[in-house]
Each structure stands twice: as structure tokens, then as C-alpha cells.
Design a protein around this ligand. Structure first.
Ligand SMILES: Nc1ncnc2c1ncn2[C@@H]1O[C@H](COP(=O)(O)OP(=O)(O)OP(=O)(O)O)[C@@H](O)[C@H]1O
Length: 383
């Protein structure tokens, strides 16, 4: 097990694609770390550089503060599990798991003990003498993880290891992998494009976009304090609503325009309106309320606007209502008792304690659910 430090790492492919741009972070010894981002954001390139399968174009990678970028995966003692496992199909689980120990020259007795231990941990003891080709996808992936862990690597690299499994199995393996990582304490990095996978399994997450690091933090930090609108919209079970309000005025009431609609703004927004009279508002669907037309409450602590229901989707214990307000689309999570029809005119409200405020270009968070952020100074003539 080791700590891992990346300093100023860049990766260019063929001098044309700048896939990883000046990235620095540290993974603590024993930490479970997530590399998250949409397709093409550079997360696999970072993982492959950590594993030693790819060399950085510039920058350093260190294990326990010793530079390793010139070392092979074997010399780094890194284990990898890919989306498509590379088990030998004609070999049994036992033979597959034993393989890395055999080539290291361990005795038969040592191999037997280690294989039995890891098979018990991964609940595959009953499959140990079955050929890989005779197992389900989930069972094969458990064997692949057992084979990766059996030699106690310094770093375990997981590249979308459960992405191809069905929803139920994925949810179960998420929990199992988390427990396993905790009990073994192996420093681990998982690449995923699924925020839920990253949130539920890891200690900290690095969120990338187009080769650029956006934010590093715990799931709680990233969810509750997303540094910009991209992070806010990418991270979470449901994307945050973010819309820009322009032409903000203080008289006759504090309001602005959003896609041809008038928006009444709460007072907490005033200090953050830019000189060009723009601001971007964010709210998670769970913080948005939908009311029958004319029945919305009004208040200085509330944003409100009008629209029409585009669609209402049943989610079992709630309904996801999509409202078209001018050219802006806003989603709200409502209780199942609230029934709305397609095209029904409605009013939308967002309370201050559910509100996020970004600058007009949606690059910087300035206010998060009821709290101004340190350093988010007043920048306009409002307030
Ligand atoms: N061997 C390569 N040669 C050229 N370009 C590459 C190579 N590998 C990756 N790229 C490019 O680098 C960028 C980052 O790719 P990378 O696979 O690291 O992203 P990713 O976030 O893991 O994406 P995905 O989730 O689709 O795998 C992409 O634009 C990709 O096309």
C-alpha cells in the first residue's frame, strides 16, 4: 500500500490531443479515490499513467514520495481490473487467482492459503473450481478482483469494473467493493462516469472535464459546494437546474428575465448580481416546488416564475415534473399526491435555503443554499 502523488502531470497524444492538463493531487495511503467525468474527460489516461501503462508527457508521479514514472506496472506493484475482465476462460477460478502468485514463485502452501482467504472475502469460495467460462459476468468480475488483490498490490486500479453489469448486481457489488477496500486498506482508484458509483464507494472524488480538473473533494463537499455549474449539473442522482437570469432590476420589484419570462428574485441574490445585470441560478429538483397557477406563496426569501408542465414522470415515491418556463427547462421533484397534467400552467418557487448562485457565466459558485461563500464579495450596485 502506498500514497500516490501527481504533480503537474500532462498527457499529449501524438502532440495533438491534450488529454490531461496540468493535474496535481495526492491520494492518501489506504484511500479509495474516484476519477469521475464524462466520456473523453481524461480519467482513463490518468489511471493508465498511475498504473504505468502510459507515461506522462510531463510532470511526476510518486508512490510514497518516490518518483515512479520510469517504472513498469510490475515494478510499481500495481494491480488493474478492467470493465472486460481478462480471465483465462479455460482455467478455474482457483487457477486464475493463483496465477500471479505462481509467477512470483510462492510455495504451494502459501498460494493455497492466500487464494482461500481472498475467495472467502469475495464470496466465491463455492465457485473456486469452476472454469471462468462457466460463470456469470458478476462472478467473473469477482474472480478478477480476487486475482488483483491476492498479491496485495501497492495500488489497485479499477477501470469501470462494474459498468457492464445489470443495475441490481452493480448496486450489490458497489457495496461489496467498498467493504472490501475498507477491510483491506489497499490504496485504490476507480474510474467511472457514474456519479452515483463515485459518491457511494469512494472517500474522495476528482471530477474532470476535457482534461482539466474541476474539483477534488468528498461527495458531500462536491454535492453541496459545487465549484461551478458544470460540476453542479454533472454530480448527483438528478442534475441541478441552472439558468441564467439577465436584465436584473431592483424596481419596481427585484426581478430579471429568463428566456422571455419574468423571474422574481429573493433578496439573497442581490450582492451577487454582476455589473452586466446577469446572474446564474441553481437549484436541485428536490428544492424546486410546483404549484397550481396562482397558488404559489410569495416572499423576499423566494424565487418565483411561471411556466407550463412539459411532462410528469412517476418515480414511485415521487414525481419528476419538467416545466418549460419560456426557453428554460426546470425539473422539480414533487410528492406523488401532487398531480399535474401535460401543458398545465403552473408557478414554480425556489426557497433561499435550496438556492445556489453562480456568476453570469456559470463559472464560479457564489452562494450555496442559504450561505454566501467566503470571498464572494459584492460586485454590483445592488443590495
Ligand atoms: N491512445 C490515444 N491516442 C490518441 N488520443 C487518445 C488516446 N487515448 C485517449 N485519447 C484521447 O484523449 C482524450 C481523453 O481520453 P480518455 O480515454 O483518457 O478519457 P475518458 O474520460 O477515460 O473517456 P471514456 O470514459 O470515454 O473512456 C480523448 O479525447 C481521447 O480521444
Amino acid at each position: 500500500m502506498a500514497s500516490v502523488t501527481l504533480s503537474g502531470v500532462n498527457k499529449w497524444y501524438a502532440g495533438v490531443v491534450h488529454a490531461v492538463q496540468d493535474i496535481s493531487f495526492r491520494i492518501e495511503d489506504g484511500e479509495f479515490f474516484g476519477l469521475l467525468g464524462p466520456s473523453g474527460s481524461g480519467k482513463t489516461s490518468v489511471l493508465r499513467m498511475l498504473a504505468g501503462l502510459e507515461r506522462p508527457t510531463s510532470g511526476t508521479i510518486a508512490f510514497d514520495d518516490v518518483p515512479v514514472q520510469a517504472r513498469s506496472p510490475q515494478e510499481r506493484n500495481v494491480a488493474m481490473v478492467f470493465e472486460q475482465n481478462a480471465l483465462y476462460p479455460h482455467m478455474t477460478a482457483r487457477q486464475n487467482i493463483s496465477y500471479p502468485l505462481k509467477i512470483r514463485g510462492l510455495s504451494k502452501g502459501e498460494i493455497e492459503t492466500k487464494v482461500a482467504d481472498v475467495a472467502n472475502m469475495l464470496n466465491i469460495a463455492h465457485l473456486i473450481d469452476r472454469r471462468a467460462s462457466q460463470m456469470s459476468g458478476g462472478q467473473q468480475q469477482r474472480v478478477a478482483i480476487a486475482r488483483a488483490l491476492v498479491r496485495r498490490p501497492n495500488l489497485l486500479c479499477l477501470d469501470e469494473p462494474i459498468a457492464h453489469l445489470d443495475t441490481l448486481l452493480r448496486a450489490r457489488l458497489r457495496g461489496e467493493l467498498k467493504r472490501l477496500q475498507r477491510s483491506l486498506g489497499t490504496t485504490s482508484v476507480i474510474v467511472t462516469h457514474d456519479p452515483i458509483e463515485a459518491m457511494t464507494m469512494t472517500d474522495r472524488i476528482a471530477l474532470m472535464r476535457d482534461g482539466v480538473m474541476q474539483q477534488i473533494g468528498t461527495a458531500d463537499e462536491i454535492y453541496n459546494r459545487p465549484v461551478n455549474a458544470f460540476v453542479a449539473q454533472f454530480f448527483g442522482l438528478h442534475s441541478m437546474n441552472v439558468f441564467t437570469v439577465s436584465d436584473v432590476r431592483d424596481t419596481p420589484e427585484f426581478s430579471g428575465q429568463c428566456g422571455g419570462q419574468k423571474v422574481l428574485l429573493p433578496d439573497c441574490v442581490k450582492p451577487h448580481v454582476q455589473a452586466d445585470r446577469r446572474i446564474a441560478i441553481g437549484a436541485r429538483p428536490s428544492g424546486v416546488s410546483v404549484h397550481k397557477q396562482g397558488q404559489a406563496p410569495r416572499g423576499a426569501d423566494m424565487l418565483s416564475l411561471s411556466g407550463r408542465v412539459y411532462v410528469a414522470e412517476q418515480l414511485g415515491d415521487s414525481i419528476l415534473v419538467t416545466v418549460q418556463a419560456g426557453e428554460t427547462t426546470i425539473q422539480a421533484m414533487t410528492p406523488p399526491s401532487q398531480v399535474f397534467g401535460i401543458d398545465e400552467p403552473v408557478d414554480i418557487t425556489i426557497r433561499e435555503n435550496a438556492l445556489y448562485v453562480f456568476d453570469g457565466d456559470q463559472r464560479t459558485l457564489r452562494f450555496a443554499s442559504g450561505q454566501p461563500l467566503p470571498g464572494a464579495d459584492r460586485i454590483a450596485s445592488f443590495g
